[in-house]
Design a protein around this ligand. Structure first.
Ligand SMILES: Cc1ncc(COP(=O)(O)O)c(C=O)c1O
Length: 465
């Protein structure tokens, strides 16, 4: 059989692009199979009678197109048929946690961002007014133009927000801090689900607040538990993630939302609603902020849908709280950097943000389908749009033992421990995040490792008396 490089034609120029095209053709024709090792740079240079530098540039071009992967110390390998699509979205060639499959961190799929950033920086460099705004102090709420573009985009995805009631922050976690600082004083009480986003646990600790855990069921926070707490402890704030609990993925139905709002209204409790994943309107009941805008502060942002590194969040509060929220933000950082918001707004205005959001949602759907297939014999909870799944461990696995066993096999996952408020019990389950890895094949490999461990017995416990 002809080898892919034997079709090298010296008259095709530039040579490095020609080499990349030959690799693409080799993959398309099946001469090159995913995982095949490519010749070393020196060996191919000798074979084609070109310089080593030409081959290096050829491989770099092929890697940029997502056709091959270079692994330090082991060589260069052909990638799978997903690669053309991956290349289109600029997926980086290697895992962010070298050597391990990362199911531990809730990142958006690491694809496409660098390209979108480069484009927006180039267009920004041609826009003197925007450059001036980006280097100047601005009002603490953020530039009016940025708030308008961001809120219009949120509306496009189903969450109507008034720009006058919206602040630009440094991300979801910053919004949590700003809101708490505006609403509570040290010693006050915040309530949340017993398993919740670790950022709120850290924030309440840091601000010297009491954090009370509410019991949960398949829809998240149980209203009877919230009602009982309101009678006993008079919490000032209820923090919740109605569309997707972290880590259990529980989503509240409409009636559950109504019940919690009714209790909060009866006892005068503010609600901090965290929708950082920006779940679109067709995938959920109405958000709490739509049902009771005077009581609910709403958090979302660009971290899980554009890029975590942009640090662009939004915090929406009722008009009556805007002064306090603005003061709180100003005392933290004066204002969120307008440059970050400018970039996010350029992604939105150019259509990149929507493209990315649609692609990510489609890819998450594929990954959830993969999990449904591989973990078909096990019980877990997940949302079709969600990054995570909450896997119930079969007897006799204990969560920390299973986390350690997965790590030994090169897969990083989380038990419920970091999500537990105070000394709330941790159920025998683990969280797998399917979005932190760039490639679907890596996710598949990790899921297969997890599945094969589930079938095994944990290592024997050391004898003790
Ligand atoms: C529920 C929830 N809220 C907020 C955040 C933090 O968002 P950001 O990175 O924008 O601070 C996370 C991050 O994983 C999260 O899971």
């Amino acid at each position: 059989m002809t080898k892919w490089f034997e079709r090298f034609d010296r008259s095709e120029r530039p040579h490095h692009k020609h080499i990349a095209s030959l690799i693409a053709q080799g993959l398309a024709s099946g001469e090159l199979q995913p995982g095949d090792k490519l010749p070393t740079h020196r060996a191919l240079a000798d074979e084609l009678n070109v310089t080593v530098g030409t081959v290096t540039r050829g491989y770099a071009e092929a890697e940029k197109r997502g056709l091959i992967v270079a692994r330090t110390g082991s060589g260069t390998f052909a990638r799978s048929s997903e690669t053309e699509h991956d290349a289109e979205f600029g997926i980086p060639p290697e895992s962010e946690a070298p050597g391990a499959i990362n199911f531990a961190l809730s990142y958006c799929i690491p694809a496409y961002r660098e390209q979108a950033l480069a484009e927006s920086l180039q267009s920004l460099a041609q826009d003197p007014k925007a450059l001036h705004d980006a280097v100047s102090y601005q009002p603490q709420f953020g530039l009016e133009r940025h708030r308008r573009i961001l809120t219009e985009w949120f509306e496009h995805w189903g969450q109507k927000l008034d720009p006058e009631e919206t602040l630009i922050t440094l991300g979801g976690l910053h919004s949590v801090h700003i809101a708490l600082q505006a609403l509570v004083r040290p010693g006050d009480t915040v309530a949340s689900a017993s398993l919740t986003y670790p950022g709120i646990i850290a924030a309440t600790r840091q601000q010297g607040l009491r954090h009370c855990a509410l019991e949960m069921d398949a829809e998240g926070i149980r209203p009877d538990s919230f009602e009982a707490l309101c009678h006993q402890q008079c919490p000032q704030v209820l923090y919740c993630t109605p569309n997707q609990n972290n880590p259990t993925t529980a989503c509240m139905g409409y009636e559950r939302r109504q019940a919690l709002l009714r209790i909060a209204a009866r006892h005068g409790v503010w609600i901090l609603e965290d929708d950082i994943h920006l779940v679109s309107a067709d995938e959920r009941p109405p958000n709490l902020v739509e049902m009771d805008p005077e009581r609910v502060l709403y958090i979302s942002g660009c971290s899980k849908v554009m890029a975590g590194g942009l640090r662009v969040g939004v915090l929406r509060g009722p008009a009556s709280l805007m002064g306090r929220l603005g003061d709180s933000l100003r005392s933290h950082c004066w204002m969120a950097p307008p440059l970050n918001a400018e970039i996010a707004c350029r992604w939105i205005s150019s259509g990149r943000a929507n493209e990315l959001m649609r692609w990510q949602r489609g890819e998450i759907g594929h990954r959830q389908a993969l999990a449904a297939n591989i973990l078909a014999n096990y019980t877990y909870q997940a949302q079709p749009y969600g990054f995570n799944l909450w896997l119930h461990l079969p007897e006799p696995w204990r969560p920390n033992e299973f986390v350690a066993a997965c790590e030994r096999e090169g897969v990083l996952i989380r038990s419920g421990e970091p999500f537990a408020v105070g000394r709330s019990p941790v159920p025998p389950a683990v969280r797998l995040c399917l979005s932190a890895e760039a490639h679907r094949e890596t996710v598949e490999k990790g899921l297969r490792t997890v599945e094969s461990l589930l079938k095994e017995q944990p290592p024997a416990a050391p004898n003790t008396i």
